[in-house]
Design a protein. Structure first.
Length: 283
């Protein structure tokens, strides 16, 4: 599934943890690892050439050291890596490098379960998700990748259909136990104001689940179907914790939806509170 993996490194412990998890995944997949570190643009005003060069070297040094440490980590796990050093907008350089390497997965580390607001506003993770057409694995700093049990969230979108496809491949490759959840986001007041609309929303969620069940049957996949009502992000994370999911698979829109993504989507809120790594699938 993921033979060519790109891991984003910024020198943080969470990014090194993500690298370790990616190496373990690459070993299971028989795949390769590319580690990229991107120096963001310096926005200060530097008029003197000597000062500019000195500051440039100072800014680059931590990222170069991060790559060197990444190689040490990979070597300790007997995983060969190729390093990529770039300068520019991190989310653009990371995704562009992944596309140039014909990669199938981008891996990014985040600082554990964080609030959605802290994660979303201006974060590199959110921008990579918004910019990329490649699947992204977001790894919390205190969690490892688990493939024994996975939870897939569906809403009928093309990206969620991709998430379902990836879940089916996980079961075929690793025997993963699959639970598929569809959440009807029905506000409590809607039952009193427009009960017909509330029922329609529930039926839509039910149909999304039925479509996946039909696909699972035709592909010989065993999966548990879960229909819920309420706040999708909250319910998805609660169910993932309850069933001890080792991974949550969700869909998210691409570059045309970057503004909406940064302002907060179900996917981003799941990432902010998830009890395990999250695979963000692309259509």
């Amino acid at each position: 599934m993921f033979r060519r993996i790109v891991v984003a490194i910024d020198g943080s412990e969470s990014s090194f943890h993500a690298l370790k998890q990616a190496c373990l995944l690459a070993r299971a997949e028989g795949g390769t690892i590319r580690v990229i570190s991107v120096v963001p643009p310096y926005e200060g005003e530097l008029r003197l050439v000597g000062v500019r060069q000195h500051v440039s070297e100072m800014v680059r040094e931590p990222y170069q050291k991060a790559l060197a440490h990444a190689v040490e980590i990979a070597d300790s796990l007997n995983i060969p890596v190729k390093t990529i050093f770039e300068q520019g907008e991190p989310h653009e350089r990371i995704v562009d490098a992944a596309e140039a390497e014909v990669s199938e997965l981008i891996v990014i580390g985040v600082k554990g379960c964080n609030t959605a607001e802290k994660l979303l506003m201006g974060s590199m993770t959110a921008r990579v998700i918004g910019y990329s057409h490649i699947d992204i694995l977001v790894v919390p700093s205190d969690k490892g990748i688990g493939l024994d049990s996975v939870l897939v969230a569906v809403d009928g979108s093309e990206s969620c259909k991709r998430a379902v496809k990836q879940a089916f491949l996980l079961q075929k490759s690793y025997g993963s136990k699959i639970a598929v959840i569809s959440v009807a986001s029905v506000p409590d007041h809607l039952y009193g104001v427009d009960p017909a609309m509330a029922q329609k929303m529930i039926e839509t969620a039910r149909k999304n689940l039925a479509d996946v069940a039909q696909k699972a049957d035709s592909d010989g996949i065993k999966a548990e179907m879960l229909l819920r009502e309420g706040d999708p992000a909250k319910i998805i994370t609660e169910v993932a914790e309850k069933i001890h999911a080792g991974m949550i698979l969700v869909g998210s829109h691409g570059r045309t939806q970057l503004r909406r993504l940064l302002m907060g989507s179900v996917t981003e809120r799941v990432i902010g509170h998830a009890p395990c790594p999250i695979l963000v699938a692309r259509a």
